[in-house]
Design a protein around this ligand. Structure first.
Ligand SMILES: Cc1cc2nc3c(=O)[nH]c(=O)nc-3n(C[C@H](O)[C@H](O)[C@H](O)COP(=O)(O)O)c2cc1C
Ligand SMILES: C=C(O[C@@H]1CC(C(=O)O)=C[C@@H](OP(=O)(O)O)[C@H]1O)C(=O)O
Length: 389
């Protein structure tokens, strides 16, 4: 079974992750993992933390001479900020007077603080914040970068772009693959249009000045995905459902859309469904449009996969909303230490990772094999079957 897990607190020593189920013999480039980690750190509107961190993956197991062994891959990403938080992390809340700022007593609306504090009976809400923080997503991106290196062996590539930020839509919303790839990794907001990006940057500046925050929408596109991943036969096998859960699990994502998604609900069928055609030369079926976003019946249909994540605005506001002190039960402003103003481009990179991990799992299910050679042989036989259909 292909799976991954992460551990680590935001201000702890390090993040760690384990990826299981990779076949043996997949070339692994640590540079490629680090490139994605760096891409996750970029983006206009991020806070002071990203000036401290310089995320790099250290592979601890499962790779030898640059190739997977077929055993679990363990990796670690250090938190450079840890040294600045050692005292805070070490202190026992019960040794502190209630007003000591090192503990979090005023839960932030929109964050996990209050719900998590009540659930885990935590009197210092830092115990909740530390793991709820999207810092954990760095570990997911590293796992996703490993999954991408399996997928590329089968011609699958994955990229993201920003299609709305703080209410400003990108134009056009539907970027084709070559336009998405052409967006430089270090573009401030990765929306693909320099003019609109300027407006978005100004909107972020305005929000920051006002002590407010912004959300937005990213789109992940996977191309080269073979027809037939996922299955219609049972609810948990449906790939649209699996992708939705994976993308929804990204902190602050509150809606997930596949293809025309929400818009399709308001349109007649004639304007939504993608007509089917056949390419006699290539001996393959294709669709004349791709409003389905590459999925029909929970099965990939051979078109580009298009998945969107909708982010709510960041919950930590410099001009805080009203909250209640968990000790005194008195109304007081929510806690603020430092925060991102927006993180939509970063969420897009996390979205790429989550989509890559779901696709890698689906590829492993369908093509199996203990080694990459065996998996490729199975894949090739399936391609022959499709051609003969
Ligand atoms: C890349 C990224 C960075 C984030 N940075 C912050 C931040 O600086 N401050 C904050 O309050 N929330 C931030 N969030 C969002 C919170 O982690 C998230 O809202 C919180 O964990 C509650 O989960 P939920 O919004 O999914 O309900 C960030 C999210 C992402 C994806
Ligand atoms: C650390 C990261 O994001 C963090 C996510 C986050 C949150 O509440 O989700 C809150 C902030 O943490 P801090 O208070 O330490 O600055 C962000 O910086 C990261 O993405 O690497």
């Amino acid at each position: 079974m292909f799976r991954f897990t992460t551990a680590g607190e935001s201000h702890g020593r390090a993040l760690v992750a384990i990826v299981e189920g990779m076949p043996a013999g997949v070339p692994i480039s640590v540079e490629a993992i680090d490139r994605d980690l760096e891409r996750r750190q970029w983006g206009y509107g991020r806070g002071g933390r990203q000036r401290i961190e310089r995320d790099r993956a250290q592979i601890l197991s499962g790779v030898r001479h640059g190739r997977t062994l077929g055993s679990p891959i363990a990796l670690m990403i250090e938190n450079r900020d840890w040294v600045n938080w050692q005292d805070v992390m070490a202190v026992e809340p019960r040794d502190l007077p209630p007003e000591d700022a090192r503990q979090l007593k005023r839960p932030r609306p929109g964050h996990a603080d209050l719900a998590g504090g009540l659930k885990f009976n935590a009197r210092d809400l830092r115990d909740i914040l530390e793991r709820a923080s999207a810092r954990e997503s760095a570990a997911r991106v590293a796992c996703g970068a490993i999954a991408k290196q399996l997928l590329i062996e089968f011609g699958i590539e994955i990229r993201s772009h920003v299609i709305q930020l703080g209410g400003i839509p990108s134009e056009p919303l539907e970027l084709d693959w070559s336009s998405i790839v052409a967006i430089p990794d270090d573009a401030p907001l990765r929306c693909g249009d320099a003019g609109i990006e300027k407006q978005m940057v100004a909107r972020v500046d305005e929000a920051r000045r006002e002590g407010d925050t912004l959300g937005g929408i990213f789109e992940v596109v996977a191309r080269g995905v073979v027809v037939g991943l996922g299955s219609h036969v049972s609810w948990e096998a449906k790939l649209d459902g699996r992708l939705a859960q994976a993308v929804m699990s990204i902190p602050a994502v509150k809606a997930v859309e596949i293809g025309a998604g929400v818009r399709a609900a308001a349109l007649p069928g004639s304007q939504v469904h993608d007509e089917i055609a056949y390419d006699t030369e290539a001996k393959r079926f294709f669709h004349r449009t791709n409003r389905a976003g590459g999925l029909e019946g929970g099965i990939t249909n051979g078109e580009e996969l298009r998945v969107r994540g909708y982010l709510k605005p960041i919950s930590t506001l410099r001009r805080p909303l009203r909250s209640v002190d968990i000790e005194t039960k008195e109304e007081s402003a929510a806690a603020y230490e430092r925060s991102d103003t927006t993180a939509v481009p970063a969420a897009g990179v996390i979205g790429e990772a989550m989509v890559a991990l779901v696709l890698a799992g689906a590829m492993r299910e369908k093509f199996g094999g203990d080694s990459l050679v065996e998996m490729k042989r199975n894949f090739q036989m399936y391609l022959d079957q499709l051609r003969d259909y």
